[in-house]
Design a protein around this ligand. Structure first.
Ligand SMILES: C[S@@+](CC[C@H](N)C(=O)[O-])C[C@H]1O[C@@H](n2cnc3c(N)ncnc32)[C@H](O)[C@@H]1O
Length: 244
């Protein structure tokens, strides 16, 4: 464990919010670099894997929405969406999301700045829930809480799809991949961005997160039908399913 990890609880929502507030200006570009551009594949995968079709006039949620990178895919690739409620804890990320709201989307998206584990959204109000790369900053007890929250928010028959960068245990090139995440990216951040090691924290979260296996079990325990998905040798994993 590094000094930052020892000094503070990295899963404290205030800590997570501050990390993303500081990352927000460069987040979009960094997510491309950190994933070798795979985010361009994985976000649409996440949208396409969600069981369908959605009902006409579907209302749904993008949890840990960040700067709203998933919205163009959702609105282009899934017919019938009337509105998306986007939830994020970081005012910096939300501000960037507002900047990214194009005229054609502004009437379809409602932004809520909140901790998803402490929200006031109504029960059984979502036809779908989506989340891309928003799971890694939750520890196991928070993942269990999130699974219960999703079961509460979804309508009966409601669909969900979440994806997260993962640690590809067992992949022959895992060593190289980890070297890139753990050594090269922090070095780039230090020399190019010359800021705090906030993006390096994203590598730390990914290492601790492992994969979506534990979260899949939490969702099943919360009463949801769930399937675990593995992408590109386990460099990303996802959960998809429905509320029966
Ligand atoms: C890695 S970013 C992902 C953003 C976006 N979904 C994407 O596709 O790039 C994770 C986001 O989760 C948000 N987040 C972390 N913990 C949260 C919580 N407890 N409640 C709401 N948002 C949270 C962060 O502020 C950040 O914007």
């Amino acid at each position: 464990m590094g000094t930052t990890e020892r000094a503070r609880d990295i899963y404290d929502p205030d800590f997570v919010r501050d990390v993303f507030d500081r990352c927000s200006a460069a987040y979009r570009y960094w997510s491309h670099i950190a994933s070798f551009g795979f985010v361009f594949l994985w976000r649409p995968h996440c949208v396409d894997q969600m069981p369908g079709p959605l009902p006409d006039g579907a209302v749904g949620m993008d949890l840990m929405a960040g700067t709203g990178e998933a919205w163009p895919y959702l609105l282009r690739r899934r017919a019938g969406i009337a509105s998306i409620t986007a939830v994020d804890i970081s005012s910096g990320m939300i501000r960037r999301a507002v900047d990214r709201l194009h005229r054609s989307r502004v009437d379809k998206i409602e932004l809520i700045e909140a901790n998803v584990l402490d929200n006031t959204l109504p029960a059984a109000s979502a036809d779908f829930i989506i989340s891309a790369f928003g799971l890694k900053t939750f520890n196991e007890s928070q993942q269990r809480q999130l699974a219960c929250e999703m079961a509460r928010l979804l309508k009966r028959g409601g669909a969900f799809s979440l994806i997260e960068a993962s640690d590809p245990k067992g992949w022959a090139l895992r060593g190289l991949y980890r070297f890139y995440l753990d050594r090269v990216l922090p070095l780039i951040e230090k020399t190019v961005l010359r800021g705090a090691q906030d993006f390096a924290m994203l590598g730390v979260y990914t290492r601790h997160f492992g994969d979506c296996g534990y979260f899949a079990r939490c969702l099943a325990d919360a009463g949801l039908d769930v399937e675990l998905k593995v992408f590109f040798f386990g460099c990303a994993t996802g959960v998809v399913g429905r509320k029966p």
